[in-house]
Design a protein around this ligand. Structure first.
Ligand code: FAD
Length: 394
């Protein structure tokens, strides 16, 4: 448990993975938080999610390790395979004892991760059905307007309101994210229906004829379900909805020429969900005055490195550490330190996800080794220098 010399009153827009992780990290550092969430209930459909060691390390520090261990699956390897002959192109041993990269790699259903986070945040701090619609003051305090017309004030505002962030649009006039030209089919299959396919406890990525054509499968739900994410290029589908459905035949046809067992696996996947993948170039700025963006609101990325929520969780840990300096450097400077510390990494991963190939597989070492709970904080006035926790940034 860290401590801070200044207790701040923090407003968070969005109770997704990033907003909830931020609330937990800030409370651990002694701050008061209120989350305003547009949705009227915190439900999650979606499908599987990889919680890589860099993300687990932060969740462990927030006291969520036992929750992850209860429902998450620990794969023994991450594999990369060729679509035509199934040849192994790359392999990372994971979850050895002690674990590779110093923390476990989990495979989990999004709903399970959201439950673990939600249970740790007192429910009275989460205000559902109240979207942030505007920022009406940003000087010695920040005041936001909510969808019910009420205004609320605090010491700072964190916009963790996702890829279509209202906070980002209001503060920076950010343009709409760009359609990546790829869609993801997502399906969950009872593991017993795939028993004869002899899938191992791995997270396996099958690289297709072009890098935008690939398939990842792994077990979730304590091993009782196979999660499939199948990505294909497609120009004319731009729907972003966790509940939009795709055609089973389209999925089966797209992967019919892959090596066994992929054609059989996708044929059994039932009706998949279909999700258009959007992305954005790295933003010029993430913070202004007492307002900062976090998670997909500032660095949405295609999910080819499985790092979107991991980056939001890392952001939360670094932000909380930067705010420890507030009594000496002020809120604005602390937020600039957060941006300076995080941006180079998230930009590299945003760009790396786009061009992920079997040859760039090694980038994963650099991604997984990072420790957001101790990485040096970067002085925003001199991005070549670093500062240590508790130092002034001057
Ligand atoms: C197909 C696919 C596979 C993925 N796989 C992985 C993976 O394996 N590993 C990984 O780490 N990441 C993965 N990701 C990425 C991950 O899902 C996102 O990066 C992550 O959910 C971002 O979290 P967030 O909290 O920033 O945003 P979100 O999860 O989008 O949460 C934003 C929240 O803000 C709320 N909101 C929106 N507007 C407002 C407003 N104006 N006021 C108040 N509330 C508002 C929303 O209702 C929502 O609850 C994947 C993504 C996709 C599409």
């Amino acid at each position: 448990m860290s401590h801070t010399s200044a207790q701040l009153d923090v407003i968070i827009a969005g109770a997704g993975i990033g907003g909830l992780a931020t609330a937990l990290a800030l409370r651990q550092h002694g701050h008061r938080v209120r989350i305003y969430e547009r949705a009227t209930e915190l439900t999650e459909v979606g499908a599987g999610l990889q919680v890589s060691p860099n993300s687990t390390r932060v969740l462990d520090s927030l006291g969520l390790g036992s929750g992850l261990a209860r429902t998450g699956v620990r794969p023994v390897r991450l594999e990369s395979r060729d679509w035509q002959d199934g040849r192994l192109l790359g392999v990372h041993a994971m979850n050895t004892d002690p674990p590779q990269y110093g923390a476990y790699h989990y495979l989990i259903h999004r709903a399970e991760l959201l439950d673990i986070l939600t249970e740790a945040v007192p429910s009275q701090l989460v205000h559902l059905g109240r979207a942030v619609t505007d920022v009406v003051r940003n000087d010695d305090r920040v005041t936001v307007r909510l969808s019910d017309g009420e205004t609320v004030s605090g010491d700072l505002l964190i916009g963790a309101d996702g890829i279509h962030s209202t906070v980002s649009t209001v503060m920076f006039g950010t343009s709409r994210p760009r359609f990546s030209g790829t869609v993801a089919y997502r399906a969950l299959l009872p593991a017993h229906e795939a028993e004869d396919l002899k899938l191992e406890n791995t997270s396996t990525k099958w690289w297709g004829p072009v890098v935008e054509h690939h398939l990842v499968h792994y077990f979730v739900n304590s091993g009782s379900t196979v999660n499939i994410i199948a990505v294909v290029p497609e120009d004319d589908w731009q729907t972003e909805s966790w509940t939009a459905q795709g055609e089973p035949d389209d999925l089966a046809n797209a992967f019919k020429d892959y090596a066994w067992p992929i054609p059989d696996l996708v044929k059994r996947a039932g009706t998949p969900l279909k999700w258009a993948l959007h992305e954005r170039d790295p933003l010029q700025r993430w913070c202004t005055g007492r307002v900062a963006l976090l998670g997909d609101a500032c660095h949405p990325m295609v999910p080819f490195l499985a790092q979107g929520s991991a980056m939001a969780i890392e952001d939360a840990a670094v932000l909380a550490r930067c705010l420890d300096q507030v009594s000496r450097v002020g809120v604005e400077r602390a937020l600039q330190t957060y941006e300076a510390t995080r941006k180079a990494r998230t930009s590299r991963i945003q760009q790396g996800a786009r061009v992920d190939t079997p040859e760039t597989w090694k980038l994963r070492d650099w991604i997984y080794e990072y420790d957001a709970t101790s990485t040096p904080l970067i002085d925003p006035t001199n991005t070549l220098s670093t500062i240590t926790d508790g130092d002034t940034a001057t």
